[in-house]
Design a protein around this ligand. Sequence first.
Ligand SMILES: NC(=O)c1ccc[n+]([C@@H]2O[C@H](COP(=O)([O-])OP(=O)(O)OC[C@H]3O[C@@H](n4cnc5c(N)ncnc54)[C@H](OP(=O)(O)O)[C@@H]3O)[C@@H](O)[C@H]2O)c1
Length: 308
Amino acid sequence: MRIKFNPDTKLYFLIGDPMEHSCTALVNNRMFELVNQNAVCIPVTIKKGQLPEFIRAAKLLRAAGIYLTMPHKGDIIPYLDECDESSKIFRSVNHVKIENGRLIGIGLDGMGMGKTIEKAVGNGNMRRVLLIGAGAVAGPIAADLYKRGARDFKIANRTVQKALSLAKLLEENFKDIKVECGSLDDSFLSAIAGDRDVVIQCTSLGIGGPGAEDFKSLKFMDYLPKHCVAADVLYPQSSFLMRAQRNGLRTVNGMWMAINQQKELMKFHFGAEITDRDLLEAEEAFRIALTVRDVREERLQYRQQLLK
Ligand SMILES: NC(=O)c1ccc[n+]([C@@H]2O[C@H](COP(=O)([O-])OP(=O)(O)OC[C@H]3O[C@@H](n4cnc5c(N)ncnc54)[C@H](OP(=O)(O)O)[C@@H]3O)[C@@H](O)[C@H]2O)c1
């Protein structure tokens, strides 16, 4: 554990709202140690609309970079001096480095999940995809899966208009792609589930816990074929993953979606090369972060009970 900081310490911020459940600062700090960097990542709650003020503060503090989560991934784009084309198109940038006052952005969520799914699929097919959700992570994931061979997409979202907008973007940017959209309704999902190779849950539904929202029905999952890989952006468990496991499908959760970004990230920020084996360190840090998060939540609940 780092115990000493000095004026050369590179400052990174992890920003978003809400931040209570985020585990990645601990993982980032472990990776900084691994690549021998005098750097620290600090999680901060920054609300929607506060980005301009935060960017001014980050420059004043000579921050070296920003890790972004909801709701800033699209809002950051107008402030960037450089950004890869795909992240601009799908309005999803989750990492920024600051060099001589210039902001350079990159989006790695799609690659993180694409790589995770490809490994789970192995020699199998990943041509026919069902995306559940059409928010900030869905577009980059679809774009990455296209690069890995996916061609036939079905997108189900509560707000169908958002699914249609994502379909338009995919059709405009990729050749030989077929996209069909519908609502998050069990009858639509059940009708299209039968021939899917991969299904990816990209909403915030089904994580459990007090007040958390869930799917009205997961009956459609009984129609997915046995070879289908079920992936969830959430971690470590969700109602979607539990149903998939019960049905005997191969499953992956969102933990490796985040871990798989670390290789590119270390190169992006420090020009450092790490191996696949080094990613096991990130996995270990992630598991520790999940335990720390659980303990913090238990303590908060206990304190609230005492105050009642
Ligand atoms: N594992 C990772 O590395 C990783 C990385 C990024 C994000 N995530 C997680 O991925 C999830 C989605 O992130 P995002 O950035 O895409 O969020 P977002 O842009 O806000 O999109 C949220 C999605 O969830 C749907 N949704 C939300 N509440 C719903 C409800 N009550 N009923 C039905 N649908 C609902 C939205 O539907 P509408 O369009 O109808 O609103 C939309 O499709 C978050 O939980 C986030 O923490 C994980």
